[in-house]
Design a protein around this ligand. Structure first.
Ligand SMILES: Nc1ncnc2c1ncn2[C@@H]1O[C@H](COP(=O)(O)OP(=O)(O)OP(=O)(O)O)[C@@H](O)[C@H]1O
Ligand SMILES: [Mg+2]
Length: 398
């Protein structure tokens, strides 16, 4: 008799977990040697000029005059800039042309409140993490100061941003460290880490976030002050670091638990991702009903449920698929302007980029088939552009 059949299920599953974890670790070490830190590619002077909003010729002149950060020059004379240098050039331009400072440095000004955007839907695989990542990177490339919070114990966002949740984190290194109920709570500023993207910081996630779901029912039986209740804790933690950022994006787990409710209460706006298929949309109607039920309880207990905007983002869209088109049309007829005009297309370029842990913003052009890349990137940029326009509107910018 082999010993699997005599072992009890707990022992057997534990053995599977250990085997799997060991193999994954080996695989990861092969793909990402421990010392290979993720880095962001550099940008050609043409790309940099476009990002900053000046001409390529002007950038060349700046570097010839020795003004601003000096680009890397290749043997054939091509100049390239890191994102940090591009941000330094933005500072430089804002200083020499103070009248146009806002166009070079779009960061929020006095009176423009921090925007916190929760990306949510309890439907698993509705592209929440992908949408969060692309939005965060887009905003950072545009020159905003962005904090991405991984609220999912599965931590895909963290690993896509170069943090390996099983190996790189100690106890209390996730948002849980800043929202826990006991005396081991730490300030969020000690948990935030820089990423390889200049201007994009991360609060990583891992399994310890589950503790919050387990501890909250007990905490509800204790007499907590109103500002210490579970739905205030995510917002309170963010408020500690608010001065450092323009926009916070929160990747929610695919459950409507206490973490998600905390994120929704902390948020100034919501993005609800939708994969336009009948099964997903059917579960979304349940999601909306449950969310509304739970939120009304939270509101009556004093939760803040004013949001600047709530937008539905259609993702993994196949515009030539007739049933999908019907669903998108239905959503638009029901929710009107609350559905983003742009949809994020289903694209192997996005799916593959997920496997290689690189987004379309990160890969060098030429690494993928051009037409696929362009179409996918255009759709993501259009969606992100609309979200940014809503953020500007919330800031009162025209
Ligand atoms: N536009 C797209 N085109 C093709 N594949 C996509 C696209 N967006 C997401 N995917 C793929 O779909 C899968 C699910 O996406 P993602 O992880 O972002 O969903 P999620 O809602 O965060 O999932 P979970 O509920 O498990 O957290 C991933 O493999 C991702 O690479
Ligand atoms: Mg996810």
């Amino acid at each position: 008799m082999d010993n699997i059949s005599v072992s009890t299920t707990d022992v057997r599953i534990e053995r599977h977990a250990t085997q799997l974890s060991r193999q994954l670790k080996l695989l990861r070490e092969k793909l990402f040697p421990p010392l290979s830190q993720k880095t962001l590619r550099t940008f050609t002077s043409g790309e940099a000029a476009q990002m900053i909003g000046v001409s390529d010729g002007y950038l060349r002149q700046l570097s010839l005059d020795g003004k601003g950060p000096q680009p890397d020059v290749s043997h054939n004379g091509r100049r390239s800039y890191t994102l940090r240098q591009i941000n330094e050039l933005r500072q430089h331009m804002a200083k020499i042309k103070p009248k146009d400072a806002l166009s070079y440095l779009p960061c929020r000004r006095d009176g423009e409140k921090l925007q916190t955007i929760a990306i949510t839907n309890f439907k698993g695989g509705s592209a929440k993490t992908t949408t969060t990542l692309y939005l965060a990177q887009h905003l950072a490339l545009e020159g905003y100061r962005v904090l991405a919070i991984d609220l999912d114990p599965q931590a895909s966002l963290s690993s896509l941003l170069g943090v390996q949740p099983e190996f790189d984190l100690l106890d209390g290194d996730t948002l849980y460290g800043a929202i826990r109920y006991d005396a081991q709570r730490r300030p969020l500023k000690d948990i935030v880490r820089k990423t390889y993207f200049d201007g994009l910081d991360l609060v990583p996630g891992n399994l310890e976030l589950m503790e919050f779901e387990h501890e909250t029912p007990r905490a509800l039986n204790e007499r907590l002050k109103p500002e210490e209740l579970f739905f205030r804790r995510v917002g309170n933690a963010i408020a500690e670091v608010e001065a450092n950022y323009d926009i916070v994006v929160i990747d929610c787990p695919p459950q409507l638990g206490y973490l998600t409710l905390g994120a929704v209460c902390a948020a100034t706006s919501l993005l609800i991702t939708i994969h336009p298929q009948m099964v997903d949309v059917a579960s979304m109607s349940q999601f909306l009903l449950m969310t509304s039920d739970l939120l009304s309880v939270v509101r009556k207990a004093g939760g803040d449920l004013q949001h600047d905007f709530i937008k539905y983002v259609v993702t993994r869209h196949e515009p030539f698929d007739a049933p999908q088109s019907q669903i998108v049309a239905l959503l638009r007829s029901l929710f009107g302007d609350d559905v983003l005009t742009a949809t994020i297309l289903k694209s192997t370029a996005i799916a593959d980029a997920g496997l290689t842990k690189q987004t379309l913003y990160e890969i060098e052009k030429g690494q993928v088939r051009r037409s696929t890349y362009d179409r996918a990137l255009e759709s993501v940029n259009a969606a992100n552009g609309e979200i940014l326009a809503s953020i500007h509107k919330a800031w009162g910018r025209t």
